[in-house]
Design a protein around this ligand. Sequence first.
Ligand SMILES: Nc1ncnc2c1ncn2[C@@H]1O[C@H](COP(=O)(O)OP(=O)(O)OP(=O)(O)O)[C@@H](O)[C@H]1O
Ligand SMILES: [Mg+2]
Length: 504
Amino acid sequence: MAEKVVETGTGKKSSEPAVNGRESWLEQYRFGLRTGERGTVVSVGDGIAWVRGLPGAAMDEILAFDDGSRGMVFHLTKDMLGAILLHQSEALTAGTEVHPGRRSLSIPVGDALLGRVVDPLGSPLDNLPAPECHAYQPLETLSPPITAREFVHEPLYTGVKIIDCMVPIGRGQRQLIIGDRGMGRSSLAIDAVINQRGKHVRCVYVLVGQKRSTVVTTMDLLNRYDAMDYTTVVVGEASALPGLQYLAPFAGCAIAEAWMNQGIDTLVVYDDLSTHARSYRELSLLLRRPPGREAYPGDIFYLHARLLERATCLNAAHGGGSMTALPIVETQQGDIASYISTNLISITDGQLYLDQSLFDEGFRPAIDVTRSVSRIGGKAQHACIQKEAGSMKLGYLQFLELEIFTRFGARLEASMEARIRRGRILRELLKQDRLSPLPATFQMAWLVAFNEGCFDNSTPQDVGAQLERLQSRLEDSELTLDDARERWASAVTTWLERAPEKGR
Ligand SMILES: Nc1ncnc2c1ncn2[C@@H]1O[C@H](COP(=O)(O)OP(=O)(O)OP(=O)(O)O)[C@@H](O)[C@H]1O
Ligand SMILES: [Mg+2]
């Protein structure tokens, strides 16, 4: 039943002292009858509260509790509603009064958030004053309509050789990073963020349900590599209320969306959505929503789809901004067919699959090229790099199959042996340490060098030194991606041919 409270005048309770003195209170006094709903907490615990007496409440509406706690309507039943708590004071208990906010949740957005670490409600977590934002963006909005969208056409360089050459990503693309725990998923995302320095891309790094130590390490890395100038970190850590963990990706998305609507390119990392799905499941089960497959609620697909659909590339009429999303998902024992992984694979535009055996063999980043794909990124790749890398992926996949034969000691034709030798060199070339993103010109340099056969007489052990030489010579040169291929070819062959003579 609705409890209706009849308030008179300005709505202030008569026992409250007038703010500007009795006279001004009298001046502002208007006769009239106002009605408002008032609910009561029935039970509270595990980050949720059951409330009775707010029949007019709507989904996602903000609730203000009398003790200062805040919540959001998450589940409606006939005579009660379930709310997730966003801020909980120690005084919150059964019987506390609740007032509906009549609005849904929004977060302060804008340039003041650059370099800041905030929680999903926009409150600072870095011991600095609250960011001075003048605009707000709702956490949940509709994704841009199809008429506002543009094909993905500009590359987003991650600085990782294997990605930029074989599985390229475009601005506005959604590329899933999938793999077991500890396979270097976060490292790839951090590398991508670090590589955006000077590229006019604003980044939002969302940490969901991570340990405090992981949060600190991530922020340390971003600070150390000067990435915080153009980055905002949104944290819903493991010890936070489950409601905050659930909202963190939406908050990160809203922050990036506001920049995208201003025509700015953005990159959002969701680290990671498996934990996000788990916190959503936890909240749903606590609120007695019917469990579906693996006890996840039936709308878990829709939850991630509506988050990732907001990442897109807008057309010129809508400012031309973009939001690239790098969601991260965890697999168990390399099983990509699990529920959440398959959902995310089908929502995104491609995936980077990280493989345990490659990681153990020392091939890092442990991206399994056979199972990684970028469905739309090729269109965004620079024409020169695309031309150079065009047949490389296929050749590499053929090499991986051929290599299996050599394990049985089979005798191979000379041409096959050459292909295998070349493949082994390529595998060595594709290895890359973390936190060392490489510019697009370097990608071009090593691709041309490889295609020109500059590495054909090298052994896998030499490759590292040769790449270093290539990099140092490239830094002194003025070659750009738009230069003719002949210039590139002659430059890289001279750089790589002369150096061994010097060494002798
Ligand atoms: N390219 C690389 N070169 C060398 N080491 C790497 C590389 N990528 C990742 N690593 C190492 O792998 C380990 C795991 O990396 P990371 O924390 O990024 O993985 P994760 O999949 O995010 O793990 P978690 O499950 O803890 O989130 C780290 O110790 C990191 O130093
Ligand atoms: Mg990680």
